[in-house]
Ligand binder design. Structure first.
Ligand code: NAD
Length: 486
């Protein structure tokens, strides 16, 4: 395996109330590839959360004003700094998490776009005049609304996109004029610390941001339940989402949860194109992606052709060290995740599934796996695998596929391959998911689009302009004029 010098580790283990802190307890961050210690972050407490939230609330409510032009300039500078530091940040993302260096560099470039787009949303912070004269009761009134920050945003993020998903919460919150308290995933806190450090350098006021690494059950829960938090923006698993909903009570929440992405390949599809997209969508980041392609339904007459191509392309993937530029598939985040994926595949095989390639584990590595004839109800079809496993099944009736997808508990994004626009639109309109990509898999997103799904896949929509809308609220000012006759 290639040895790389250790990436730069940010100065402190946590940051709140304007300075870096070194909490007594620490979270050790280990590289899932070889178990080596990458660095340490603070293991914050519920008391730390209270101090951090109170300080941010104080700054937002009573601190100096932070005008929109300054917010925009700070975020533009942050985007430039991110781009300049792509190589260092990519190495840090790759070392502490599961991404290959190539995948990590792509994530840094996405984060640059997310932060730049957030800066540009300054133009969106607008209001309009209100038609008070539309009712006799309002005749003597004149008024308008503006968009105002909600106040304190709690951002809670997962391990699989440890920079861009942080950026998707922190940057829209800041341009909207909020303060933010960030709780990054236990496994990947270091790049979150580096991002906050970079924001401070770019000119974000130190009392408006805080980052508190720690456990979900302590820091996460304390943050969600804190009475001075106005909005919780969460990305992670469904079970955690449920726990957060129970703790948050009557508080605004945005939730980006899981998926088990379906692709439909219709009889007239370009099979070569579909096969390439399925392999990229199923095995990118070793399947640790909410948009990962997990279920492929193909018209029966195309089954053999598609399977042959998918298996061939899968056999060409390089499984190996994350630090090697040639590697396509790195490890899962920990051994527990790899053994869970292994047990789900074993369960499908015991029920009659055939393994076409893969189904092999070594420590945290699980080899890209293609299954077919998977029994109805197997977890690799109905749950979120969050690993490099895809199932391919033949269909005879599109209606059956639509009914199957709509009966799932997840509904994030899907893809449909066909050369016929009417068939494409028919399927797209009938699927109950947040987005349908035509002639692509559901594993596609730009950071400006409204992103999210229904059912177990989420509540509300993220994506920069939509997050800014959710993190700001209209405030009305109305003047009751003195009637002319008075
Ligand atoms: P997770 O739910 O285990 O953890 C996510 C975050 O929640 C972590 O920071 C964790 O510490 C925190 N947390 C845990 N318990 C908590 C509690 N009781 N209160 C508050 N916070 C708590 O998720 P993960 O394993 O890190 O990430 C994988 C999941 O994230 C998958 O389900 C994946 O689909 C989902 N995800 C969704 C999207 C999306 O945009 N839809 C993107 C990426 C990942």
């Amino acid at each position: 395996m290639t040895t790389q010098p250790a990436p730069p580790i940010p100065a402190g283990g946590a940051f709140w109330a304007g300075r870096w802190r070194s909490p007594v307890a620490v979270l050790e961050v280990h590289d899932p590839e070889d178990g080596r210690l990458v660095g340490v972050a603070g293991d914050c407490t519920a008391g730390d959360v209270d101090a951090a939230v109170s300080a941010v609330a104080q700054a937002v409510l009573h601190g100096p004003a932070w005008p929109v032009w300054q917010r925009r300039e700070a975020l533009h500078r942050a985007a430039v700094l991110l781009a300049e530091r792509e190589a260092d940040l990519a190495r840090l993302i790759s070392r502490e998490g599961c991404k290959t260096v190539r995948g990590a560099a792509a994530e840094v470039r996405r984060a640059v776009e997310t932060v730049r787009l957030s800066a540009e949303q300054a133009d969106r912070l607008e209001g309009r005049t209100l038609p008070f004269g539309d009712t006799p009761r309002g005749e003597d009134r004149l008024g308008w609304y503006t968009r105002e920050p909600v106040g304190v945003v709690a951002a809670i993020t997962p391990f699989n996109d440890p920079l861009n998903l942080v950026a998707h919460k922190v940057a829209p919150a800041l341009i909207g004029g909020n303060g933010v308290v960030l709780k990054p995933a236990e496994q990947t806190p270091l790049v979150a610390l580096a991002f906050i450090e970079l924001l401070l350098e770019a000119g974000v006021p130190a009392d408006r941001v805080a980052v508190l690494p720690g456990r979900g059950a302590t820091v996460g829960a304390a943050l969600v339940g804190h009475p001075r938090v106005d909005l919780v923006s969460f990305t992670g698993g469904f079970a955690t989402g449920n726990a957060i909903a129970a703790t948050a009570g009557a508080k605004k929440t945005m939730m980006e949860l899981g998926g088990n992405g379906t692709v439909v390949v219709l009889p007239d599809a370009d099979v070569r194109r579909a096969a390439r997209a399925v392999v990229d969508g199923a095995f990118g980041n070793a399947g640790q992606n909410c948009l990962s392609v997990q279920r492929v339904f193909v018209a029966r007459e195309l089954l053999d052709d598609l399977v042959e191509r998918v298996v061939h392309l899968t056999s060409e993937l390089v499984v190996g060290s994350k630090a090697d530029e040639r590697t396509d598939v790195g490890p899962l985040i920990d051994v527990a995740s790899a053994t869970r994926v292994e047990s789900w595949v074993d369960e499908a095989v015991e029920g009659g599934a055939a393994v076409l390639i893969g189904a092999k584990r070594d420590g945290t590595y699980y080899w890209p796996t293609v299954l077919t004839s998977v029994p109805v109800g197997a977890r690799v079809l109905t749950e979120e695998v969050f690993g490099p496993v895809v199932s391919i099944e033949a269909f005879d009736s599109v209606d059956d596929v639509v009914a199957d997808v709509n009966g799932l508990e997840y509904g994030l994004q899907a893809g449909v391959f066909t050369r016929d626009i009417d068939s494409a639109l028919d399927v797209a309109q009938r699927l109950r998911v947040g987005a349908v990509m035509i002639n692509d898999t559901g594993d596609f997103r730009i950071d400006a689009m409204p992103f999210g799904g229904g059912k177990r896949s989420g509540v509300g929509r993220e994506g920069v302009p939509f997050a800014v809308d959710a993190m700001t609220e209209p405030k009305i000012i109305a003047i009751h004029r003195t009637p002319r006759s008075a």
